[in-house]
Design a protein around this ligand. Structure first.
Ligand SMILES: [Zn+2]
Length: 175
């Protein structure tokens, strides 16, 4: 019997959210989209995910209004997937998950998130300790941390080695 993805017996906002983003790979697709990945092949090479799974996740995320499909080339037709406010609103959740993973499972720090305006590393709640404000997602600067592979094989990982703001469209040279 196939495992359903809803939690019909649960009266809970967490359960409702997990019905949308709780499938395997979904949050990693959203993570990549927030890092600026927009094109199918870029998701594919960066995630190392089966094509059918990626297509299903992109379709589901688009249907839920988390990604928006936009045509960027007419012939041959090519679409890209752009984050919506719903995706951007998932950023604190993704960052918290990353911090939790690092703290409890001993992951090395792979990426550091800074306030682009002043360069200060963000606190656990997305706040800039120097400026005393919660930093909007487009003003978050992502830089490589000490645990990040400095010679990755795929072009998206290589592009993500450079300091870049979240949401900034990633040009990895893929079509
Ligand atoms: Zn600051």
């Amino acid at each position: 019997m196939a495992l359903g993805k809803d939690y019909a017996a649960q009266e809970c906002s967490i359960a409702r959210a997990l019905e949308v983003v709780g499938e395997r790979w979904t949050l990693l697709v959203v993570r990549d989209a927030l890092y600026g990945v927009r094109r199918y092949n870029d998701f594919l090479v960066h995630l190392g995910i089966p094509r059918a799974v990626l297509a299903a996740r992109l379709q589901a995320l688009t249907a839920e209004g988390i990604l928006e499909k936009r045509r960027y080339q007419q012939s041959p037709p090519r679409d890209e997937y752009v984050v919506t406010d719903r995706a951007i609103a998932l950023w604190p959740t993704l960052r918290s998950l990353g911090l939790w993973g690092r703290e409890h499972f001993g992951e090395a720090q792979l990426r550091i998130f800074r306030h682009a305006a002043c360069g200060t590393e963000l606190g656990p709640y997305g706040e800039c300790p120097a400026c005393g404000t919660v930093v909007p997602v487009p003003d978050v600067l992502m830089v490589p941390g000490p645990g990040l592979d400095t010679d990755p094989a795929d072009p998206v990982s290589r592009a993500l080695l450079k300091p870049r703001r979240l949401l900034e469209p990633l040009e990895a040279g893929q079509v």
